[in-house]
Design a protein around this ligand. Sequence first.
Ligand code: AMP
Ligand code: MG
Length: 391
Amino acid sequence: MISVAQALDQIFALLTPLGSESVALRHASGRVLAADATARRDQPPFDASQMDGYALRDGDLQAGAPLKIIGEAAAGHAFGGLVGPGEAVRIFTGAPVPKGADRVVMQEDTALSGGMLTVSGNADRSRHIRKQGGDFAIGDHVPKGRVLRPADLMLLASMNIPEVPVVRRPVVAILSTGDELVMPGECPAPDQIIASNAVGLATLAESVGAIARILPLARDTVKSLEACLALAEGADLVVTSGGASVGDHDLLAQAAKQLGLDQAFYKVAMRPGKPLMAGRMRGTPMIGLPGNPVSTMVCGTIFMQPALRFLGGHAAAPAPRSLASLAAPLPENGPREHYMRAMLLPDGRVRAADRQDSSLQKVLSEADALIVRPVGDLPRSIGETVEIVKI
Ligand code: AMP
Ligand code: MG
């Protein structure tokens, strides 16, 4: 059996980051920039006033004599003339500083009398001018590979770049298998259960930017599995749940092999999730998850989400981990990496749920994190630090 880290590496090895598409800035949040985006203009595009006040020449500030006001400059309304000696222009924040003027004096440092402007002797000495290109200049760029955040999108808008090339969103086809399954909302027979894995996996996938396609339920026959798997055509990744164990009805591997599955691995030293498999089926990467809902979701978090992020242009990285202090002791761990469902307390400490069976969906719903227990980890006591994956 391979380790979780080895399995994840082998999954990354099956994948190639997708190509790019051009999208409007409004749809680019969280996407990965596929090429440098280069500013088409300076910002500000002219020397701009930082204040409401008066634009004038340095020489006149020293002289201190009253100045004639020859015009006005407001944002979007430049003053077209020249500010000469003995002259000033009324100016507002964001307006281009007129030719001839060296500075803007704040209106609080001036007085008007008889239509003439006097600058107070102790006026603030700064120029109150934002220099052309002081924010960014033509040729400055947002680099390829950047994960676009709202502040980046604002910058790109200001650079007058209305759309950007980003890595395409991966399409994941999700297949649930099992004779006992009916869709949520249907009337199950007494021996049937509701297929809950698909909605969990689809929303996990969407939360990392993928497009999820839920396929029809497959029955536990090779024929049905093959028919449903064929519907995954065109997807960038196929994720199945169930049918991956060694029971008489676990026929997924058989069906996938008949469809040309080139299996990279089967079985991972983890709990929950041991009967995990991955490979490539007619060129399409595939991850086969165990059917127990908690196993499905833990493996979805530990393998599917990193795989989708990688396809979408992000770095090949495992699910992010952080550290937390234990609020309750933990027993020794066995030979498989254990992802224990756990609650985060208001004080930031973490406590494992009492029941860890991989079929318990309510326990998973009440959990905030998975405590990651390394293989053979010793018993841990209150106050010790453990690694967690927030869910
Ligand atoms: P399997 O991996 O097919 O042996 O399934 C393991 C357990 O998970 C069985 O109890 C199944 O009934 C259950 N199970 C399988 N698929 C789903 C699903 N899509 N939703 C909910 N439970 C499932
Ligand atoms: Mg099954």
